[in-house]
Design a binder for this molecule. Structure first.
Ligand SMILES: Cc1cc2nc3c(=O)[nH]c(=O)nc-3n(C[C@H](O)[C@H](O)[C@H](O)COP(=O)(O)OP(=O)(O)OC[C@H]3O[C@@H](n4cnc5c(N)ncnc54)[C@H](O)[C@@H]3O)c2cc1C
Length: 395
């Protein structure tokens, strides 16, 4: 579709600006994730190009392009946002800022916070000042999140928080954490919960790594012992955390699904490397060729679905559709991983030693991406949501 006059003018101006302001070092199209992309953490030092890119993009409001200008965004509408994404892709530029700040808690505050909370938190999030962790899961509360036990008791103008969160990704490098805590233990399970912002730089918050089989520890247990949070930092109202927390989960799932347009990565789907990776094995394996074609079709259909959802959604992320698109994205990604591992045969099950770097990478990616149908809500939970909320089936 040709650009509107407004979009054409924006594209021309943007192209010139990007040519001058996007450093060479960030023109490698790296996937937006916490390993390659700034996400606000004050304990991770950025290389010069990433820092300059972040500052320049934040200066134009392009780290959160759809947010209002007064909160650090560029106020781009549905016509102009895709132009920005296309132009970033055209020069292979990295996303300048990712993470739970711009993608999860930022849009939640923008949608459900008070004016005072928006003014206090959003500009800093847009500039990447502070990395955010997510404190939902507990030892006895994963899918059944409403049985969470972490307590927050009002004590004057602040809350005292006590409890234990698990699987807090990246918490060891985070500055803030948003948590779901019980603020009214006498209320029915779903009604006495609040979503609260907590500064992690205090002695009442202790983070311990949970080591995985691989030796890495991106997960943590985060323990709160009389940790303090301001009474002003309850988002969306006291005891309304179940509703607020579920909306935040839609932002999380939309981010996993590539359809969250809060930051500047929505709609920037990763490139499909599979045909290239499978090329050496295709000539003598007709079944593999057929499987690849089927996968390519699913991948292309997923892209079109993502595009359509972004075009149809007025807010920064859709509602229940986020569950469907997140799930299909995860399943297609995992199916691609399986195809590659099948093609590699015994070379696809190495951990170290006599294997090519590309083979080791394939094995680790295959195992790592198993988590795509657990993180942000399991596959079964997404299917339950789709059945109840999208298809309207009975409980
Ligand atoms: C990579 C990764 C990153 C994560 N990061 C974070 C984070 O930063 N912060 C955070 O708070 N949490 C995080 N989590 C935790 C994640 O949200 C939970 O693992 C997830 O919600 C599932 O909870 P659980 O592990 O307790 O499993 P359970 O809830 O115990 O589920 C076990 C099994 O039972 C099934 N099941 C449970 N209930 C139902 C039901 N009603 N119907 C059908 N099947 C059901 C599940 O689908 C699953 O297969 C992360 C998880 C992963 C894998």
């Amino acid at each position: 579709m040709p650009d509107s006059k407004k979009a054409a003018e924006f594209r021309a101006e943007l192209r010139d600006w990007l040519a001058e302001n996007c450093p060479e070092g960030v023109r490698d199209g790296a996937e937006p994730n916490v390993e390659t992309t700034p996400w606000g953490s004050s304990s991770i030092e950025l290389d010069d190009d990433s820092r300059i890119w972040l500052e320049r993009m934040a200066g134009r409001g392009f780290t959160v392009p759809t947010w209002p200008v007064e909160y650090g965004g560029a106020g781009l509408d549905r016509d102009l946002y895709p132009v920005l994404i296309e132009e970033l892709k055209r020069i292979n530029a990295r996303t300048p800022l990712t993470g739970r700040g711009v993608n999860y808690i930022g849009p939640t505050i923008l949608e459900l916070g008070t004016d005072e909370q928006k003014a206090r938190w959003l500009p800093g999030i847009a500039r990447g000042e502070g990395g955010w962790a997510m404190g939902y899961s507990e030892p006895g509360a994963g899918s059944d999140l409403a049985s969470l036990a972490c307590r927050a008791e009002l004590d004057g103008d602040h809350y005292l928080i006590n409890g234990r969160k698990v699987w807090t990704s990246d918490a060891m490098d985070c500055d803030y954490i948003f948590i779901l805590a019980r603020t009214d233990p006498d209320a029915p399970q779903h009604l006495g919960i609040s979503l609260i912002l907590v500064d992690m730089h205090q002695s009442g918050v202790q983070v311990s790594p949970i080591r995985l089989l691989s030796g890495a520890s991106p997960f943590n247990e985060t323990v709160f012992e009389n940790a303090i949070a301001s009474a002003n930092d309850v988002i969306g109202g006291v005891n309304n955390g179940w509703t607020v927390g579920k909306r935040l989960l839609q932002f999380e799932r939309s981010t996993h699904a590539g359809i969250n347009t809060s930051g500047s990565q929505g709609g920037r789907a990763s490139s499909n490397m599979l045909p290239e990776q499978l090329r050496p094995y295709l000539s003598d394996q007709p079944a593999l060729r057929r499987a690849l074609v089927k996968h390519q079709m699913a991948f292309a259909a997923q892209r079109l679905t993502q595009q359509r959802v972004i075009e149809e959604t007025a807010a920064n992320a859709p509602g229940f559709a986020s569950s469907a698109v997140k799930l299909s994205n995860a399943l297609i990604t995992q199916a691609g991983d399986e195809l590659l591992i099948d093609a590699l045969g015994t070379q696809g099950v190495g951990w170290d030693g006599d294997f090519l770097a590309s083979e080791l990478a394939a094995t680790r990616t295959w195992l790592k991406q198993k988590s795509l149908t657990i993180a942000g809500g399991t596959m079964e939970v997404q299917k339950n949501i789709i059945a109840k909320r999208v298809l309207g089936l009975p409980d």
